[in-house]
Ligand binder design. Sequence first.
Ligand code: ZN
Length: 454
Amino acid sequence: MRALASRLIIACVLATANGVLGAVLGAVPVAAQGSTHVKTMPPRPPPTAEKAEPRSDVKEPTPPAQVGPVVADAASVTGNQSLTRLALELTGPVEYQVFRLRTPDRVVVDVSHVEFSIPATAGRDGKGLISGFRFGAFAPGKARVVIETAGPVQVEATRLIREGARGRHRLELDLVPAPSVDLSEVEMAAARESAARLHIADATPAPAPPAPKSSPAAPRVPVIVIDPGHGGVDTGAQGAVGVEKDIVLAVGRELEKVLNATGKYRVVMTRSSDAFVPLAQRIRLSREHEAQLFISLHADSLEARELAHAIRGATIYTLSQSASDERARRLADKENAADLLAGVHLPTEGTQDDVKSILFDLMARETNGLALNFRQLAAKRMRGSIHLSRDPQRAANFLVLRQAETPAVLIELGYISHVDEEKQMLSQEWQRKMAAAITAAINDFFATGSSIFR
Ligand SMILES: [Zn+2]
């Protein structure tokens, strides 16, 4: 299955990078951009998928053996609107695959066994055709760079260049504007599908396996799932110095520690490291463990920079088909796009057909009421020690909260776009305060009988 998926993606890589595009390459002038590595490429006939082989330019000459994982220690974007180049500086050779995704337009580069030693905010500002890029772990043994582009582009050339005698390499990607007649949607859909298939297969074993069903000796305690949002290639919102995925993981781990210390709960983490976990997998984990409470942790960011200094504070969200306000709706759209931005698109559960949706509503009614109880308790416990947003109890259509059996809330811990708030959120003192407030609310929730735990 995995081998098949690999073949599919490889076929797709070539079809996307060279295939249909080959017909138009000859018409695109390649500017040298002051580099000796760029070669003007002659028009190429579209290769057939059967002939496809993994792109790896490392076979000749044979590179020296790499000790330990390859580290990417710098990245740069150069060029202009007619040709933009992303370069990744590496301590050794890598194998890589490139493919494009639509809606939004992205170019995805998967590299094997690479660790990043680049500031997480490095890809925030783009240039030319690239509006930004993110990078990080994607699946065991695989890292990913997701390049966001302002519009459709095509991959003009990719190359891995050996630099000097110390085994260093540079991976370069040249992007040019896509012509108005671009790849068919059918082809893009196929690319997306095979990409998703491959990644699901690779990413599935990541989280902790479900604990054995209640052994007679173990006391029956409520299971709480803590879900630090984003991770790996999906950085989430970016602040002046930090990124959302790191803040929410720090708070999640602190919360896990404090909850475990009470001895009253069994805590399950959807991720305990800087790993990418698809939304559907987070929900699946909650269901497998029959969780009595699911808490997703995120940090918000205001796009309008001129208002960033004025907007701050934590907000607790519950699930609702219709958002409590426009800002909540936009936030849910943004959080729901996490998988898509990381290059994965999974069908969501509970939305497939009407019957299922009605059943979902009936079952969800009780759990959503419980989620509302928890939301209120959390706001109450945070007040006093944590800065709350103007309207701290809100609702929106977050995919990760679509859980019929488990009361689920999503806490936006604060605004990473607010300079002081970001500083606070990065401090251990604040993280402890937040974990203590959430723990107090959890204790209230299970002590007052407002939970389904019986
Ligand atoms: Zn988030």
